[in-house]
Design a protein around this ligand. Structure first.
Ligand SMILES: [Zn+2]
Length: 67
């Protein structure tokens, strides 16, 4: 069985894992509503994937203006 040559210290582990969190999310613009979404996902704002409507999303009922 392969055995690690040296013990990895807690500090080394934590330093490595701290860097993993620093990498920012990769986001693209939705071609339909132009909001920021992760690539290759259905847009959660308009329900579109590329040019196709996948999920029908109801428009939020706007509150009537107080006047
Ligand atoms: Zn969208």
């Amino acid at each position: 069985m392969a055995v690690p040559k040296k013990k990895r210290t807690l500090r080394r582990n934590r330093n490595r894992r701290a860097l993993q969190k620093l990498i920012p999310l990769n986001l693209t613009h939705c071609p339909h509503c132009d909001k920021l979404i992760p690539p290759h996902t259905v847009c959660k704002f308009c329900g579109y994937y590329g040019t196709e409507s996948i999920i029908p999303i109801k428009e939020k009922a706007h509150k009537p203006a107080t006047a």
